[in-house]
Ligand binder design. Sequence first.
Ligand code: CU
Length: 187
Amino acid sequence: MNASTLIAAVAVMSMPVLAFAGGSHDGGHGQATPIGEPGYAGDVTRTIAVVMKDNYFEPEAVNVSPGETVRFSILNEGRLVHEFNIGTPEMHEAHQREMRMMVEHGVIQGGTLNREMMKMDMGNGHTMEHDDPNSVLLAPGETAEIVWTFSAQANLEFACNVPGHYQSGMYGDVEFKTSDDMQARAR
Ligand SMILES: [Cu+2]
C-alpha cells in the first residue's frame, strides 16, 4: 500500500458520518439512513443479548419491528477481538477494508486491541478511532451496549468486520417483522 492510499483510508475511518452513510444509495422516504439511528434508552422495548464467539454470533439472527428501539447487550466470549456492527452488506464490505488497516498497523492482533494506538494521530490529523454509533469493537471478555432505533424495512446484517471473520460466517440477518406477522401475534 502506498502513502496516498494509506492517508485516504485513514481519512475515511476517522469520519464516522461517511462510514455510517456508506452504501446507502437506496434513499427511502426522507430517511437520512436506511439502517436506523442511535436510540434513546427510554424508548427501549427489549434487550437482545448477543454473544460473540470465534467466529460466530449467538443468536444467528434477530427479529425486529420497523421503528422499534432495541438494546443490544454484547459480550465477547471468544479469544479473539470481535466487532458487532449493524449495517447493510455494502457497508460491511467497506468497513472490512478499514479494519484490515487496523490489523496492518497492529491495532488488532488476534486477541489484543490496542486502544492507545487507536487514538494516535496518524500524522495527518486523523486517527484509527473506531467510534461509529452503529458499531463496537471488543477485546476478549469485554462487554458493550448499543441502543438502536430501526427504521423501515432494510437489508441489514449485524456483522464482525475483523479481517476474515465475516468470510468465515460471523454475521447474521436483521429480520423485520411484517405487518402480517404483527397481526397474527395480536390475534
Ligand atoms: Cu470477529
